[in-house]
Design a protein around this ligand. Structure first.
Ligand code: IPE
Ligand code: IPE
Ligand code: MG
Length: 224
């Protein structure tokens, strides 16, 4: 049975769920928060140590301003209303991505990260304004500047995921089979599950089923 230490999720399909059920993409984003809470609880039950959630990509700025504003407002509400609850569950929150966000959000992020920094149960990495190509270019630049030799061990020190082991399992909901610029380096040997359900429809049972399948996979890493 494979140990499961780190799960990464591309939470896709909110917009389509919203249109189908409430005639509003934003209603789908709101509903998606409920799934986030369910998956966090189940991750703790499964004794998963790292959960990385893709919340907003560097490409998502191409969306209409109304939707972007709504998403960031939801995020502010999440960070201010849920942080005590995350803290009580012994969860450590870390944001990965470009942190050039609004003053208010930057402040909320700093506060949330600081408050939960010593927690040990589960680390949630929230990928916010995150793009893997940006992360890689930045890491190359920093490594070059450091004058250290160019090798894998030195390189990964400059990724935003330093100190975080690579994901064992990647799940993408929403019936789309692509990576959308998410953790391109870190997913080199992850097991990938594409899920037909839209993110707001995804639940603990679906998550448990994927974990069960994951555990029985033979992971070769190039060997036999
Ligand atoms: C994912 O759901 C959430 C974000 C990208 C913020 P989408 O908003 O991409 O939902 P669909 O894919 O349009 O249904
Ligand atoms: C990926 O979903 C980003 C997040 C889930 C935050 P998208 O819906 O933005 O991906 P594309 O544009 O369909 O590839
Ligand atoms: Mg999408």
């Amino acid at each position: 049975m494979n140990p499961l230490n780190h799960v990464a999720i591309i939470m896709d399909g909110n917009g389509r769920w919203g249109i189908k059920n409430k005639n509003s993409r934003n209603a789908g984003h709101k509903e998606g928060i409920k799934t986030v809470e369910k998956i966090i609880k189940q991750s703790i039950k499964e004794k998963i140590k790292y959960l990385t959630l893709f919340a907003f990509s560097t490409e998502n700025w191409r969306r209409p301003k109304k939707e972007i504003d709504y998403l960031f407002n939801l995020l502010e509400i999440f960070l201010s209303d849920k942080i005590d609850n995350l803290y009580k569950q012994n969860i450590k929150l870390k944001i990965i991505g470009n942190k050039n966000l609004t003053k208010k959000l930057t402040k909320l992020i700093k506060r949330a990260e600081k408050k939960t920094s010593k927690n040990k149960n589960l680390q949630i990495n929230l990928a916010l304004n995150y793009g893997s190509k940006d992360e890689l270019i930045n890491a190359f630049k920093l490594l070059k500047k450091s004058n250290k030799s160019i090798n894998e061990k030195n390189f990964i020190q400059y990724l935003q995921t330093k100190k975080i082991p690579d994901p064992d399992l990647l799940i993408r909901t929403g019936n789309t089979k692509r990576l959308s610029n998410f953790l391109l380096w870190q997913l080199a040997y992850s097991e990938i599950f594409f899920e037909k359900k839209l993110w707001p429809e995804f639940n603990e049972k679906d998550f448990k089923k994927i974990i069960k399948n994951f555990k029985s996979i033979k992971r070769n890493y190039g060997s036999i």
